[in-house]
Design a protein around this ligand. Sequence first.
Ligand code: PHE
Length: 340
Amino acid sequence: MKNKVRELLEHVEKFSSQKLEQVEEFRIKMLGKKGEITQLFEQFKTFTSEQKRELGKDLNELKTKTLEKINSFKELLEQHQGKSAADFDLTMPANNEPAGSRHPISIMKNKIVDIFKRLGYTVAEGPEIEDDWHVFSALNFPPEHPARDMQDTFFIEKNPDILLRTHTSSMQVRAMEQNKPPIRIICPGRVFRNEAISARAHCIFHQIEGLYIDENVSFADLKQTLLYFAREMFGKDTQIRLRPSYFPFTEPSAEMDVSCKICDGKGCNVCKGTGWLEVMGCGMVDPNVLENCNIDSEKYTGFAFGMGVERTAMLKWQIRDLRLYFENDIRFLRQFCSVI
Ligand code: PHE
């Protein structure tokens, strides 16, 4: 009997199976009505009390170990019942993860581009690492001119002619150099300025530049285009106003404000009591810039405008701090799941 118990214990310890039916067969073989262990217990009854004392503990241990083994295999295999490795489709999306969303900067960029596409503008993209000509000189910023201070620039130390573009207006120049009017383009892109990071400024941000060059393009066309944009973006009853401003490459130049939606123009803390929110810079392309790009300024006129993507999104969705865009906080990003 002692040997038999040891033999069965070894057998139990070695037992392993991938199939529930095999586990059940093993249970019947060991613990069923005519099972090996059941039979040992039958024999046990006939033993003298001295034999019982000697074998009882081993026999009980064999039974407990067998039950433990059977139950652990059953539990494991029931969890994966009917599933083999081949049944898992690894290309299926995970169930428990909430749907992701585009980043708010991308959502806003697409919205702006879509509005201008409806007006017949096409998208033009260009380099982020630029030269002095395309970012400054061709745009009427002479070397050493104080207007360059408006855009604190990252220069490449070894060659100050190479720099990170400070605005997407460099694309005006490239588009005019490469195409003959009529030109109607929208240029989204990343720009870089040497600014300390704060709630309102960042050294990397995004702009969208617009340019329209043709015969007889007037300031009225600019105003109508921007009014259409403002109403598509901020709502049908949005008002705009153009405030005189200065850019070296446009003359006249203006800042476009939209009426504040929060207070309906009455004045609140978002619009700082003015009833207006500044959205973008704009103006008629300076004839010098047209000539720099080999376009006849006697024949053609045009307008340009440029806006910050982060800023427009802040106005649209009342985002209070620019740093939120770059922190990758999932609680912020999730709020844009339903915005397309
Ligand atoms: N490039 C200007 C800026 O970054 C914006 C602008 C674009 C102004 C086009 C007028 C026309 O501040």
